[in-house]
Design a protein around this ligand. Sequence first.
Ligand code: NAD
Length: 262
Amino acid sequence: MDLGIAGRWALVCAASKGLGKGCAQALVREGVNVVITARGEAALQATAAELRALNPAVEVRAVAGDITTPAGRAAALAATPQVDILVNNAGGPPPGDFRDWDRAAWIAALDANMLTPIELIKATVDGMAERGFGRIVNITSAAVKAPIDTLGLSNGARSGLTGFVAGLARQPRLASRNVTINGLLPGPFDTDRLRGTLAGAAQKSGQTVDEVMAARRALNPSRRFGDAAEFGAACAFLCSVQAGYITGQNLLLDGGAYPGTF
Ligand code: NAD
């Protein structure tokens, strides 16, 4: 299926690795020009080179910086001629016990996983509406539907974003102007983030990382972790012209782990 977005410009945040990279790859395959961001210059430039090789017809720009800071966001926006597609993403908050989290820990999580996407939406959404096309995808977490005990900072910050977006996406001044805003909710995907979390679990339990990973895979109905490429494909579809009637939705990609009917 031709997704009808070749020639568009996308800003894909936190995209040198993992799920953000998967989204950038899928968009580049569709002929979308991309601006990718990440904090580490070396990994970012390596990913930019991979993307250029994937589709030499598109323009790929790499902007190193922390997307959770005003300077990082300003640099990313300045590098994007026109944001037709915005993929909001940033690193997730650390696990822990809420008894150990002070105000600064909460503010950091809210900044990264709630307020940064809202700031970027604010900077881009009215231009999208004026032009009559816009696609915003927020990478959140399966924890929005089924909270994960040790990831309270993530449960809280991402639920806040999801609640806010549920209202915003339904504003007729956006929805009637072909601007959609949706959430993609990853379950366990095989990325550095997941390996890092499972390495922590392995250390606590005295098992090897491989043992913990095998046990986690066995818990999932699909008996595997998700792959960033399949995450990217779902993102590209939500960004397509065909997805113009899908807005304010939260799509779970978890291999069937969530046990509810709805
Ligand atoms: P990852 O660690 O594999 O990749 C994260 C990417 O984000 C890297 O490119 C990193 O450089 C970049 N990054 C991180 N913080 C940044 C910042 N402040 N500014 C700019 N770039 C930044 O992680 P991932 O698995 O792809 O996860 C992406 C998001 O999805 C995270 O918020 C994570 O918590 C969430 N998530 C992941 C899973 C999973 O299983 N992988 C499950 C649920 C939620």
